[in-house]
Design a protein around this ligand. Structure first.
Ligand code: CAA
Length: 260
Protein backbone atom coordinates (compact mmCIF):
# COMPACT_ATOMS: atom_id res chain seq x y z
CA UNK A 1 0.00 0.00 0.00
CA UNK A 2 1.27 3.50 -0.74
CA UNK A 3 0.96 6.27 1.81
CA UNK A 4 0.92 10.08 1.70
CA UNK A 5 2.49 10.96 5.03
CA UNK A 6 4.80 8.06 5.83
CA UNK A 7 7.32 5.90 3.96
CA UNK A 8 7.53 2.16 4.58
CA UNK A 9 10.25 -0.16 3.40
CA UNK A 10 11.48 -3.58 4.42
CA UNK A 11 15.14 -4.45 4.84
CA UNK A 12 15.40 -8.18 5.39
CA UNK A 13 13.36 -8.89 8.52
CA UNK A 14 13.27 -5.22 9.57
CA UNK A 15 10.51 -2.77 8.66
CA UNK A 16 11.57 0.87 8.45
CA UNK A 17 8.76 3.41 8.84
CA UNK A 18 9.56 7.09 8.26
CA UNK A 19 7.29 9.99 9.19
CA UNK A 20 7.36 12.04 6.01
CA UNK A 21 6.00 15.55 6.46
CA UNK A 22 9.34 17.37 6.79
CA UNK A 23 7.77 20.71 5.76
CA UNK A 24 5.65 20.52 8.94
CA UNK A 25 8.44 18.97 11.05
CA UNK A 26 6.58 15.66 10.75
CA UNK A 27 3.63 16.95 12.78
CA UNK A 28 1.13 14.21 13.54
CA UNK A 29 -2.23 14.83 11.88
CA UNK A 30 -5.10 12.37 11.57
CA UNK A 31 -3.81 11.13 8.22
CA UNK A 32 -0.46 10.24 9.83
CA UNK A 33 -2.27 8.37 12.59
CA UNK A 34 -4.43 6.40 10.12
CA UNK A 35 -1.40 5.53 7.98
CA UNK A 36 0.75 4.55 10.96
CA UNK A 37 -2.02 2.30 12.29
CA UNK A 38 -2.21 0.63 8.88
CA UNK A 39 1.58 0.28 8.53
CA UNK A 40 2.01 -1.14 12.03
CA UNK A 41 -0.87 -3.58 11.46
CA UNK A 42 0.83 -4.74 8.24
CA UNK A 43 4.13 -5.12 10.11
CA UNK A 44 2.40 -7.11 12.85
CA UNK A 45 0.70 -9.41 10.31
CA UNK A 46 3.79 -10.10 8.18
CA UNK A 47 5.57 -13.16 9.59
CA UNK A 48 8.76 -12.31 7.69
CA UNK A 49 9.08 -9.03 9.64
CA UNK A 50 10.50 -9.32 13.14
CA UNK A 51 11.43 -5.81 14.27
CA UNK A 52 10.52 -2.27 13.16
CA UNK A 53 12.19 1.12 13.34
CA UNK A 54 10.25 4.39 13.32
CA UNK A 55 12.07 7.60 12.47
CA UNK A 56 11.43 11.07 11.05
CA UNK A 57 12.44 12.41 7.65
CA UNK A 58 14.84 15.32 7.50
CA UNK A 59 17.49 16.11 10.08
CA UNK A 60 15.44 18.53 12.12
CA UNK A 61 12.57 16.59 13.63
CA UNK A 62 11.35 13.16 14.60
CA UNK A 63 7.95 14.86 15.11
CA UNK A 64 7.19 18.33 16.48
CA UNK A 65 3.90 17.21 17.99
CA UNK A 66 0.27 16.71 17.14
CA UNK A 67 -0.69 18.97 14.23
CA UNK A 68 -1.56 22.30 15.85
CA UNK A 69 -3.09 23.65 12.64
CA UNK A 70 -5.49 20.69 12.51
CA UNK A 71 -6.47 21.13 16.17
CA UNK A 72 -6.70 24.93 16.28
CA UNK A 73 -10.33 25.27 15.12
CA UNK A 74 -11.64 21.88 16.16
CA UNK A 75 -14.73 22.16 18.39
CA UNK A 76 -14.14 20.92 21.94
CA UNK A 77 -17.06 18.50 21.86
CA UNK A 78 -15.54 16.78 18.81
CA UNK A 79 -12.36 16.03 20.79
CA UNK A 80 -14.59 14.33 23.35
CA UNK A 81 -17.03 12.62 21.00
CA UNK A 82 -14.25 11.24 18.77
CA UNK A 83 -12.22 10.30 21.85
CA UNK A 84 -9.44 12.22 20.09
CA UNK A 85 -5.94 10.64 20.45
CA UNK A 86 -7.35 7.28 21.65
CA UNK A 87 -6.25 5.50 18.44
CA UNK A 88 -2.56 5.90 19.29
CA UNK A 89 -2.96 3.70 22.35
CA UNK A 90 -5.81 1.39 21.30
CA UNK A 91 -4.86 0.73 17.67
CA UNK A 92 -1.12 1.34 17.47
CA UNK A 93 0.46 0.48 20.82
CA UNK A 94 -1.83 -2.29 22.05
CA UNK A 95 -2.07 -4.15 18.74
CA UNK A 96 1.68 -4.17 18.06
CA UNK A 97 3.02 -7.14 19.98
CA UNK A 98 6.23 -7.36 17.98
CA UNK A 99 9.15 -5.11 18.95
CA UNK A 100 9.79 -1.67 17.52
CA UNK A 101 12.36 1.05 18.12
CA UNK A 102 12.02 4.83 17.83
CA UNK A 103 15.08 6.41 16.21
CA UNK A 104 14.74 10.05 17.28
CA UNK A 105 16.57 12.32 14.87
CA UNK A 106 15.72 15.81 16.18
CA UNK A 107 12.75 17.48 17.89
CA UNK A 108 10.43 15.03 19.64
CA UNK A 109 7.92 17.46 21.13
CA UNK A 110 4.40 16.99 22.47
CA UNK A 111 2.84 14.13 20.53
CA UNK A 112 6.27 13.50 18.96
CA UNK A 113 7.80 12.80 22.37
CA UNK A 114 4.73 10.75 23.25
CA UNK A 115 4.98 8.71 20.05
CA UNK A 116 8.68 8.02 20.69
CA UNK A 117 7.81 6.86 24.21
CA UNK A 118 5.24 4.41 22.77
CA UNK A 119 8.16 2.51 21.21
CA UNK A 120 9.77 -0.35 23.10
CA UNK A 121 12.83 1.86 23.45
CA UNK A 122 14.36 4.98 21.99
CA UNK A 123 17.74 5.43 20.33
CA UNK A 124 18.43 9.16 20.06
CA UNK A 125 20.68 11.23 17.85
CA UNK A 126 22.96 13.62 19.72
CA UNK A 127 20.83 16.41 18.21
CA UNK A 128 17.56 15.08 19.67
CA UNK A 129 15.41 17.27 21.90
CA UNK A 130 12.48 16.01 23.93
CA UNK A 131 9.70 18.07 25.45
CA UNK A 132 6.05 18.37 26.41
CA UNK A 133 5.38 22.03 25.53
CA UNK A 134 1.58 21.69 25.33
CA UNK A 135 1.10 23.99 28.33
CA UNK A 136 2.26 26.90 26.14
CA UNK A 137 -0.74 26.20 23.88
CA UNK A 138 -3.17 26.21 26.81
CA UNK A 139 -3.46 22.42 26.89
CA UNK A 140 -1.52 19.43 28.23
CA UNK A 141 -0.17 16.14 26.87
CA UNK A 142 -2.94 14.07 25.27
CA UNK A 143 -1.14 11.00 23.91
CA UNK A 144 0.39 9.70 27.13
CA UNK A 145 3.12 12.24 27.95
CA UNK A 146 2.12 12.90 31.54
CA UNK A 147 2.04 9.15 32.21
CA UNK A 148 4.89 7.67 30.16
CA UNK A 149 7.32 10.55 30.76
CA UNK A 150 6.70 10.35 34.52
CA UNK A 151 7.28 6.60 34.52
CA UNK A 152 10.46 7.04 32.45
CA UNK A 153 12.19 9.98 34.14
CA UNK A 154 10.38 10.31 37.48
CA UNK A 155 8.06 12.96 38.88
CA UNK A 156 10.48 15.86 39.35
CA UNK A 157 11.73 16.05 35.76
CA UNK A 158 8.37 15.15 34.20
CA UNK A 159 6.58 17.76 36.27
CA UNK A 160 9.19 20.43 35.46
CA UNK A 161 9.03 19.63 31.74
CA UNK A 162 5.22 19.67 31.62
CA UNK A 163 4.91 22.85 33.69
CA UNK A 164 7.64 24.87 31.94
CA UNK A 165 7.61 23.27 28.49
CA UNK A 166 11.41 23.14 28.56
CA UNK A 167 13.22 20.72 26.29
CA UNK A 168 15.57 17.98 27.43
CA UNK A 169 18.63 17.42 25.23
CA UNK A 170 19.89 13.97 24.25
CA UNK A 171 22.53 13.80 27.00
CA UNK A 172 20.02 14.59 29.73
CA UNK A 173 17.55 12.15 28.16
CA UNK A 174 20.15 9.37 28.36
CA UNK A 175 21.11 10.24 31.96
CA UNK A 176 17.40 10.27 32.85
CA UNK A 177 16.72 6.85 31.25
CA UNK A 178 14.33 8.29 28.70
CA UNK A 179 16.47 6.83 25.92
CA UNK A 180 18.48 3.63 25.71
CA UNK A 181 21.43 5.18 23.88
CA UNK A 182 22.66 8.34 22.15
CA UNK A 183 24.61 8.16 18.89
CA UNK A 184 25.88 10.78 16.42
CA UNK A 185 23.10 11.92 14.08
CA UNK A 186 25.01 10.61 11.05
CA UNK A 187 25.03 7.10 12.56
CA UNK A 188 21.48 7.05 13.92
CA UNK A 189 19.64 5.15 11.22
CA UNK A 190 22.40 2.60 10.68
CA UNK A 191 22.67 2.03 14.42
CA UNK A 192 18.91 1.66 14.90
CA UNK A 193 18.61 -0.71 11.93
CA UNK A 194 21.53 -2.80 13.20
CA UNK A 195 19.92 -3.01 16.65
CA UNK A 196 16.65 -4.01 14.98
CA UNK A 197 18.47 -6.71 13.00
CA UNK A 198 19.89 -8.08 16.24
CA UNK A 199 16.38 -8.26 17.71
CA UNK A 200 15.06 -9.79 14.47
CA UNK A 201 17.69 -12.53 14.73
CA UNK A 202 16.30 -13.68 18.10
CA UNK A 203 13.62 -16.38 18.50
CA UNK A 204 10.48 -14.38 17.57
CA UNK A 205 8.15 -15.80 20.21
CA UNK A 206 10.72 -15.10 22.92
CA UNK A 207 10.99 -11.49 21.66
CA UNK A 208 7.24 -10.98 22.08
CA UNK A 209 7.30 -12.58 25.53
CA UNK A 210 10.28 -10.47 26.67
CA UNK A 211 8.44 -7.34 25.53
CA UNK A 212 5.26 -8.38 27.37
CA UNK A 213 7.20 -9.06 30.57
CA UNK A 214 9.02 -5.74 30.65
CA UNK A 215 5.80 -3.87 29.85
CA UNK A 216 4.04 -5.72 32.67
CA UNK A 217 6.41 -4.04 35.12
CA UNK A 218 4.55 -0.78 34.38
CA UNK A 219 1.09 -2.21 34.82
CA UNK A 220 1.15 -4.31 37.93
CA UNK A 221 2.54 -5.04 41.40
CA UNK A 222 5.94 -6.74 41.85
CA UNK A 223 4.29 -9.95 43.07
CA UNK A 224 1.91 -10.12 40.08
CA UNK A 225 4.71 -9.12 37.70
CA UNK A 226 6.99 -11.88 38.99
CA UNK A 227 4.18 -14.42 38.56
CA UNK A 228 3.51 -13.16 35.00
CA UNK A 229 7.24 -13.47 34.23
CA UNK A 230 7.46 -17.05 35.59
CA UNK A 231 4.37 -18.15 33.69
CA UNK A 232 5.67 -16.71 30.41
CA UNK A 233 9.06 -18.32 31.05
CA UNK A 234 7.23 -21.63 31.48
CA UNK A 235 5.28 -21.07 28.24
CA UNK A 236 8.54 -20.38 26.40
CA UNK A 237 10.04 -23.53 27.92
CA UNK A 238 7.45 -25.52 25.94
CA UNK A 239 8.38 -23.89 22.62
CA UNK A 240 10.28 -25.59 19.80
CA UNK A 241 12.65 -22.61 19.75
CA UNK A 242 13.63 -23.24 23.39
CA UNK A 243 14.55 -26.84 22.52
CA UNK A 244 16.48 -25.63 19.47
CA UNK A 245 18.16 -22.73 21.34
CA UNK A 246 19.52 -24.92 24.12
CA UNK A 247 20.52 -27.71 21.72
CA UNK A 248 22.30 -25.19 19.48
CA UNK A 249 24.18 -23.79 22.50
CA UNK A 250 25.40 -27.25 23.49
CA UNK A 251 26.37 -28.04 19.88
CA UNK A 252 28.16 -24.64 19.58
CA UNK A 253 26.18 -23.48 16.54
CA UNK A 254 23.66 -20.70 15.86
CA UNK A 255 20.00 -21.60 16.48
CA UNK A 256 17.54 -21.90 13.61
CA UNK A 257 14.19 -20.49 14.74
CA UNK A 258 10.67 -21.62 13.93
CA UNK A 259 8.95 -18.81 15.83
CA UNK A 260 6.89 -21.21 17.93
N1 CAA B 1 1.84 21.29 14.16
C1 CAA B 1 1.70 21.85 12.95
N2 CAA B 1 2.72 22.44 12.29
C2 CAA B 1 3.92 22.49 12.91
C3 CAA B 1 4.13 21.94 14.18
C4 CAA B 1 3.02 21.30 14.82
N3 CAA B 1 3.11 20.68 16.02
N4 CAA B 1 5.41 22.15 14.53
C5 CAA B 1 5.98 22.81 13.51
N5 CAA B 1 5.08 23.01 12.52
C6 CAA B 1 5.29 23.70 11.25
C7 CAA B 1 5.38 25.21 11.43
O1 CAA B 1 4.09 25.79 11.50
C8 CAA B 1 6.13 25.60 10.17
O2 CAA B 1 5.23 25.59 9.09
P1 CAA B 1 5.17 26.88 8.09
O3 CAA B 1 6.52 26.89 7.42
O4 CAA B 1 4.05 26.54 7.16
O5 CAA B 1 4.95 28.07 8.94
C9 CAA B 1 7.11 24.43 9.98
O6 CAA B 1 6.56 23.34 10.71
C10 CAA B 1 8.48 24.72 10.50
O7 CAA B 1 8.38 25.08 11.87
P2 CAA B 1 9.03 26.44 12.47
O8 CAA B 1 9.12 27.48 11.43
O9 CAA B 1 8.28 26.76 13.71
O10 CAA B 1 10.50 25.90 12.81
P3 CAA B 1 11.50 26.46 13.93
O11 CAA B 1 12.81 25.83 13.66
O12 CAA B 1 11.43 27.95 13.98
O13 CAA B 1 10.92 25.91 15.32
C11 CAA B 1 9.99 24.23 16.79
C12 CAA B 1 10.92 24.51 15.58
C13 CAA B 1 10.61 24.80 18.07
C14 CAA B 1 9.88 22.71 16.91
C15 CAA B 1 8.61 24.88 16.53
O14 CAA B 1 8.14 24.50 15.24
C16 CAA B 1 7.55 24.52 17.54
O15 CAA B 1 7.56 24.99 18.66
N6 CAA B 1 6.60 23.61 17.13
C17 CAA B 1 5.46 23.27 17.96
C18 CAA B 1 5.86 22.34 19.09
C19 CAA B 1 4.65 22.03 19.95
O16 CAA B 1 4.08 22.89 20.57
N7 CAA B 1 4.28 20.74 19.98
C20 CAA B 1 3.12 20.29 20.76
C21 CAA B 1 1.90 20.24 19.88
S1 CAA B 1 0.41 19.90 20.78
C22 CAA B 1 0.45 18.23 21.07
O17 CAA B 1 1.34 17.52 20.63
C23 CAA B 1 -0.70 17.67 21.87
C24 CAA B 1 -0.49 16.29 22.36
O18 CAA B 1 0.00 16.06 23.44
C25 CAA B 1 -0.93 15.16 21.59
Amino acid sequence: MSYETILVETRGAVTLITLNRPQALNALNSKVLAELIDAFAAYEADHTQLCAVLTGSGEKAFAAGADIKEMADKPAVDFYLEDHFSGWQSDLVKRTRKPWIAAVNGFALGGGCELAMMADFIIAADSAKFGQPEIKLGVAPGMGGSQRLTRAVGKAKAMEMCLTGRMMDAGEAERSSLVARVVPLADLLEDALKTAETIASMPPMAAIANKEMVNAAYETTLEQGLLFERRLFQVLAASEDKAEGMKAFVEKRPGVWKGR
